[in-house]
Design a protein around this ligand. Structure first.
Ligand SMILES: Nc1ncnc2c1ncn2[C@@H]1O[C@H](COP(=O)(O)OP(=O)(O)OP(=O)(O)O)[C@@H](O)[C@H]1O
Length: 329
């Protein structure tokens, strides 16, 4: 378990200080995939760099498996870092070394024997599907292949944690998917805890178990992805469904209601039941249905007759049918 308590990081500027992380409290369970999302400047990299002590926090505590990492000695820190692989957006490969030698590099630093290095590099090349590129140089590889080499190198010392700093930001969507699949496999097969930072919601949606949302150095949300996305997508859906049909909604004579269906209500014919029960016409203005993990999220913008008593009865029926309602006009 990684526990972060009251973490604060201030940077000294010329005549002032800048608070990049402000009272962060988080817990990351081991063997899961954790995503940290936020806009540029939100503090994602600073937080990730605090986790492997590339940055020293100004105050607060980071405890990993019960060890306070902030007070580690230099020697302890070297051991600790072997347990934390890291990959970057721009891969950071050594251009003068072959793929094989890049992956071997951390093992050479750890004074591993040649035989063991050979065995380990051969195994890692297989895991990242690059056995045929062992003698290639980074300049001869695609972006996705370079990131595979970086992943293999990060895994060389059998770390328990893999930190990924915008690992897919430089890649096209197809290659991004392949790298995310690889990270997912590594997490499941080797029980490696993956912590990744990204500014792309799709990356979080694709593989993360939890998400931490940073804004201006503060943590706005940290918890299960499904809960985060239901709240987040609800807001996005609502804005887009209403804006798409703004002209029609503005010209409606009746009552306009925004409906949110989740779980069982998304699969039932609730609108036709409403229409039959109250003997009213329901005009569907806009709608969409989406799947977030195992949650089905449906939204409709409907219009019914401009009659307060019918409106009240409709809202009652919909709410009893587990549909969230909001009268928007
Ligand atoms: N060494 C530094 N000195 C001064 N300010 C810094 C330093 N490092 C980061 N900052 C500031 O701290 C804030 C957070 O930076 P950080 O790199 O953690 O953000 P980020 O969310 O990772 O952004 P991006 O997605 O653009 O990489 C930014 O405003 C940045 O300018």
């Amino acid at each position: 378990m990684i526990k972060i308590l009251n973490l604060e990081k201030k940077f000294k500027l010329k005549n002032s200080t800048f608070k990049a992380l402000d009272n962060i409290n988080l817990e990351f369970e081991k063997r899961k995939i954790h995503g940290i999302i936020g806009e540029s400047g939100a503090g994602k990299s600073t937080l990730l760099r605090c986790l492997n002590k590339l940055e020293t926090p100004t105050s607060g505590m980071i405890e990993i498996d019960g060890t306070d990492i902030i007070s580690l000695s230099d020697l302890e820190l070297r051991h600790f870092r072997q347990n934390m692989g890291m990959i970057f957006q721009d891969f950071n490969l050594l251009s003068s070394r072959t793929v094989y030698d890049n992956i071997a590099f951390p093992l050479e630093l750890a004074k591993t024997s040649k035989k063991e290095i050979h065995e380990k590099v051969t195994e890692l090349l297989e895991i990242v599907s690059l056995s045929d590129k062992a003698s290639s140089y980074p300049s001869q590889l695609s972006g996705g292949q370079k990131q595979r080499v970086a992943i293999a190198r990060a895994l060389a010392n059998n770390p328990e944690f893999l930190l990924c700093d915008e690992a897919t930001s430089a890649l096209d969507p197809k290659t991004t998917k392949q790298i995310l699949d690889l990270l997912n496999n590594i997490n499941k097969e080797f029980n490696i805890t993956v912590i990744l930072i990204t500014h792309e919601m799709d990356v979080i949606k694709e593989i993360c178990d939890t998400v931490t949302h940073l804004i201006d150095g503060k943590c706005l949300y940290s918890g299960k992805c499904s809960d985060f996305f239901v709240t987040y997508e609800k807001k996005i859906h609502k804005d887009s469904l209403i804006n798409e049909k703004k002209d029609i909604i503005d010209s409606c004579q009746g009552k306009v209601i925004y409906l949110t269906f989740t779980h069982s209500s998304a699969k039932s014919p609730i609108i036709s039941r409403l229409s039959r029960l109250l003997d009213i016409d329901v005009n569907i203005i806009n709608g969409q249905i989406d799947k977030i993990g195992d949650i089905v999220l449906g939204n409709l913008v409907i219009e019914i007759e401009n009659n307060n008593s019918l409106l009240e009865k409709s809202l009652k029926f919909l709410e009893e049918s587990s549909v969230e309602t909001e009268v928007i006009k």
